[in-house]
Design a protein around this ligand. Structure first.
Ligand code: SAM
Ligand code: SF4
Ligand code: SF4
Length: 337
């Protein structure tokens, strides 16, 4: 039976992001800067991570609240061994009608088919530039751009569609490549989504003047490829959608800084070690792993989640200010995008 959980601002819990690992084979400067995530960084130990069965249990319990969408980010989710097995466990649950993966794409050539066979619906691939040099500087990895583009092709071929390409735009770093990215998306049938650089975590040296507001992005895109808005879309959607007037497909902007969308934020996040977070900018989460490992029942787990969600008041992006900027925050690579 479904009994929805509604928070203090009237938002239902319908969407869960599960970070399956805090490790990654890239060191994107805006997410896991190498100076902070170097050889000495203490990543989580394997025994600390929720098992696939434990994750599936949490997802199953949350379907009792009306959860419909599950997304698997990380770290890089495909560095976790045997990920298709987790996809299979979640895809088999009643009520989940949208199961997606957020990945840097580099390992998709190897895994796309197995993921699709296991029941994954679609993928979002991070792609900040189609210029090899800019890509390498931003992702700070020896993995070539070609591997990511091949990953996108593998996802398209496996039917993990619509494939979305997420580009974090930083002024002076990659904003001169937005039209090339849009052109690439049009040519390959990929929905490019331009993301405003966010002040997640405390390590990425975020500055407001590096944010290119969506309005400016759209104006620059519209000049190259005229656009018109796409109305509607499902509840809780984060991107503003536009279509090319010439029928060349769709593009999106994620306006988390310039036009926050906390009012429709129906997302919970589960860290790799089983903490439930109610906001991307949260300071801490609520441990579910103890209940999972100490013999808690589904009812016990549901009661914890309901208590947390019903008390939820988060709307960080709407409040973003000098006062909130200095608070401690969890890192993006830990909580998953
Ligand atoms: N490794 C996977 C990937 O890169 O897609 C999944 C995890 S990554 C943390 C999820 C998403 O968060 C990516 O699309 C990434 O670009 C985005 N991201 C990371 N740091 C960000 C920031 N400071 N501002 C905006 N988006 C960010
Ligand atoms: Fe890794 Fe994704 Fe973060 Fe880049 S954005 S460092 S690929 S987790
Ligand atoms: Fe949701 Fe928090 Fe982001 Fe607002 S700031 S949209 S509440 S995750």
């Amino acid at each position: 039976m479904t009994t929805r959980a509604i928070d203090q601002l009237g938002r239902a819990l319908t969407d869960l992001r599960v970070s399956v690992t805090d490790r990654c084979n890239f060191r994107c400067t805006y997410c896991m800067p190498r100076e902070r995530f170097g050889p000495d960084h203490a990543f989580l130990e394997r025994h600390e991570l929720l098992s696939f069965e434990e994750i599936a249990t949490v997802v199953r319990v949350l379907t009792g609240f009306g959860l419909r969408k599950v997304r698997l980010p990380g770290g890089e989710p495909l560095v976790r061994r045997d990920l298709p097995r987790l996809v299979g466990l979640i895809a088999a649950l009643d009520g989940i009608d949208d199961l997606a993966l957020t990945t840097n794409g580099s390992l998709l050539p190897r895994h796309a088919d197995a993921l699709a066979e296991a029941g994954l619906d679609r993928v979002s691939v991070s792609l900040d530039s189609v210029d090899e040099r800019v890509f390498a500087a931003m992702a700070d990895t020896s993995v070539p751009l070609r591997a990511v583009l091949d990953g996108i092709e593998a996802a398209l071929a496996a039917g993990l569609t619509p494939v979305k390409a997420n580009a974090v735009i930083r002024r002076g770093v990659n904003d001169d490549g937005i039209v090339d990215l849009a052109r690439y998306g049009r040519e390959r049938g990929v929905v490019v989504r331009f993301i405003e650089f966010m002040d997640v975590g405390r390590t990425n040296g975020w500055r407001l003047d590096e944010v290119v507001p969506a309005e400016e992005l759209l104006a620059r895109l519209d000049e190259a490829f005229p656009l018109e808005p796409v109305d509607g879309g499902p509840e809780g959607q984060v991107a503003e959608r536009y279509r090319y007037r010439d029928g060349g497909g769709e593009v999106g902007v994620i306006t988390s800084v310039s036009q926050p969308f906390c009012g429709t934020c129906t997302r919970a996040r589960l860290s790799a070690i089983g903490e439930l977070f109610t906001c991307l900018f949260a300071v801490g989460g609520t441990d579910l792993r103890a209940a999972l490992r100490d013999g808690g029942t589904d009812g016990d787990l549901a009661a914890i989640v309901r208590g947390v969600w019903e008390a939820r008041t988060d709307r960080y992006s709407e409040l973003r200010s000098g006062a909130t900027r200095d608070l401690p925050r969890v890192e993006m690579s830990y909580i998953g995008g």
